[in-house]
Design a protein around this ligand. Sequence first.
Ligand SMILES: NC(=O)c1ccc[n+]([C@@H]2O[C@H](COP(=O)([O-])OP(=O)(O)OC[C@H]3O[C@@H](n4cnc5c(N)ncnc54)[C@H](O)[C@@H]3O)[C@@H](O)[C@H]2O)c1
Length: 463
Amino acid sequence: MKIIVAGTGFVGLCHAAVLSETGHEVYAYDVDAQKIAAYNSAQREQIERYVNEPGLAQIIAENINRYLFFTTDIESIIDGADAIFMCLPTPPQPNGSSDLSYYDKALEYIAPLLAQRKDQRRVVIINKSTVPVGTARRLENILKKHNVPNIGIASNPEFLPEGDAVEKSRRPDRVVVGADTEEDHKILRRCYSQFVNHVRIAYIETTPETAEAIKYVANTLLLTYVSFWNGVGARLGETFPNVRMEDLKRGVTADNRISKWGSYVSNGAGGSCFGKDIQSLIWQFKSNNVATDLLEAVYRINEYQKTYLIDRAIQESTANFNHKTVALLGLAFKKQTNDMRDSSALKVVEALLARGVKEIRAYDPLAIHEAKRFLDPSKNHLFEKITYHNSVKDALKGTDMLFISTDWEEFRGLSGTIEQMVQPPYLIMDGRRMIPDYRDLVEKGYEYIAVGSPYMHDEETVS
Ligand SMILES: NC(=O)c1ccc[n+]([C@@H]2O[C@H](COP(=O)([O-])OP(=O)(O)OC[C@H]3O[C@@H](n4cnc5c(N)ncnc54)[C@H](O)[C@@H]3O)[C@@H](O)[C@H]2O)c1
């Protein structure tokens, strides 16, 4: 099939690459010429500057100019297309609603081209982005306005988790396709022939609106579960002496009905989707006069959790943030990605700077390039206080306190490195519970606060 993927960010690039592996002729289109030039170079470092996913650069190198083509010129490739996957940004607006302007702009540009195409065979426009329920219909109206002949619309939300995007694109748990007609479902089945009758992959055919709703329910439910552990599990570990978080988690999730995924406590869930999607669903409900109490509580708990350890430090520690030097380990929103969108580390930086720290010495194995973009001193002169380092040890040098914000494996069990690099009085704020033997550090005079660990003044009473 001839397939166009419009938008080559995390979702579009992974989707285009994995589709090309199955022998489709895939044209990945983006308005960002620098991005397209980087992908066309087929050089790993160039590609990973934009999307850093294990295995992705290799698929691109193997398929480029055979099954996979990158372009900024959709006009030259639109003729003969069977399917156009829209993988465009849908960021939140200040009121929480989804900004659909990228969609409108792209569609207003593409629709007249579709109307004029020489080959008038059926083409389906498929939303892969997370879009409010009813967006496929909005898209249909734009196409109708431009009198595009022989066109179908569909919704095919993406569920890939960053850090494991290639694997999950190759073997998703489910493929959800919402379309109006059998003809359009048939086209989608041909796109996804490797999944349709797969024994372990649920291939679900439904209406466009149901497909759109499935994505919102799935994402907000995951965030609800994470927030339950943060808002209830962690509080139990903090409030009552001798409650051990790791045992609590194992005991609860030994029940098959309760998910192991998400049963961790942390300084909040970030990333480009959770916060944006829950805000959008709240807005969609509010616009229809539906109560949103549960969703609002979940959103609030998650946001609060991001900097909660700093509040705890102020209450429990003797440390004062003013003019202090802080090591920040982890900038990406989770391990195995360089993505910093809505990362908890951004909130941590903001909170530390607001409390007058002198310097933040940051280290992340993948996200430093991204961090410099997000924390650009030309946007806020306080970001000049952030310095970037090449290792955990370098970041720790000369610091008064440490904040661990991302769950990179190399941050696990850091007590030896901490003892080697910094001496008490020293405050450790562990947002990811990466130091299981922290009591040894406490005995040596370090102050330690983790999500779910006892309040410091209770620590002496714990055996
Ligand atoms: N990132 C994820 O893990 C993830 C997972 C599931 C779903 N989603 C959803 O998928 C959508 C895309 O997310 P993303 O992370 O890939 O976004 P992204 O910002 O990384 O990529 C979007 C791309 O679209 C391009 N673009 C913008 N306007 C365009 C236009 N008019 N024509 C062509 N290209 C255009 C941008 O240049 C960019 O490369 C969002 O709705 C998101 O919620 C994301």
